[in-house]
Write a protein that binds this ligand. Structure first.
Ligand code: COA
Length: 190
């Protein structure tokens, strides 16, 4: 039997040409009830701090500034690389993923981990999250990390399966964090 393959996706740096798609992505996420799972904070996993911005252009610029310690807006935060996940066949943004370079602070070490991600609601259950994480692990390896921490709420079966499919090894479950939920912590060796 022929196996259906998911469409090829790639990770790109956010740029102004994707501004409209970024706005659409956020709208679709919130329309799907995304806010409720973020403790009312309006966060979108994989799109760092986007809830703090009035427009996509300032967020895109902030992502660029966060890449290097010399330009990071807040030195109490870790540097990070933000990616949009684009489907090659139609150039559509189908996901977002952020690689944090260091686990600075209690929140990231316990509840956030190195990588945060999401897939837009209309493109879920097609295998994209697994492939998106696989591509981001390659980026993490290229960056020089030799292991990464991934965290998910114990109620988030899709995220847990995504982590396990990419070699996640369970370490612990901790109560708390912004979500107030039990958070499962997994390490992936690179
Ligand atoms: C979690 C999320 C990224 C999964 O994206 P996705 O593209 O639907 O995931 P995939 O299609 O790659 O599926 C990955 C695995 O999870 C399973 N899965 C996906 N959604 C699921 C769900 N709602 N319930 C149970 N299992 C689910 C799939 O069956 C697959 O498992 P398998 O390999 O054993 O078959 C997506 O639901 C999402 O963006 N959620 C909101 C943001 C979020 O929770 N981010 C993660 C924070 S830790």
């Amino acid at each position: 039997m022929k196996t259906e393959r998911i469409n090829t996706i790639k990770l790109i740096s956010p740029s102004n040409e994707y501004a409209e798609q970024i706005v659409e992505y956020c709208a679709e996420f919130y329309a799907d009830g995304g806010k409720a799972i973020f403790d009312g904070g309006g966060k979108i996993q994989g799109m760092a701090h986007i809830q703090n911005f009035d427009n996509p252009f300032d967020w895109i610029e902030s992502c660029r500034l966060y890449e290097k310690y010399d330009t990071i807006p807040n030195r109490e935060h870790t540097t990070a690389t933000q990616y949009l996940t684009v489907r090659e066949s139609d150039n559509k943004v189908i996901g977002a993923i952020q690689l944090r370079h260091e686990l600075i602070g209690h929140e990231l070490l316990n509840f956030g981990g190195h990588i945060g991600y999401s897939i837009r609601p209309s493109e879920r259950r097609k295998g994209y999250a697994k492939e998106q994480l696989r591509l981001c692990l390659e980026k993490a390896r290229e960056y020089g990390l030799d292991q990464v921490l991934l965290c998910c709420a114990n109620t988030n079966a899709g995220s847990r399966q995504t982590i396990l499919a990419n070699g996640g090894k369970y370490e612990s479950t901790i109560l708390g964090g912004e979500s107030g939920l039990y958070v499962e912590r997994y390490w992936i060796q690179l």
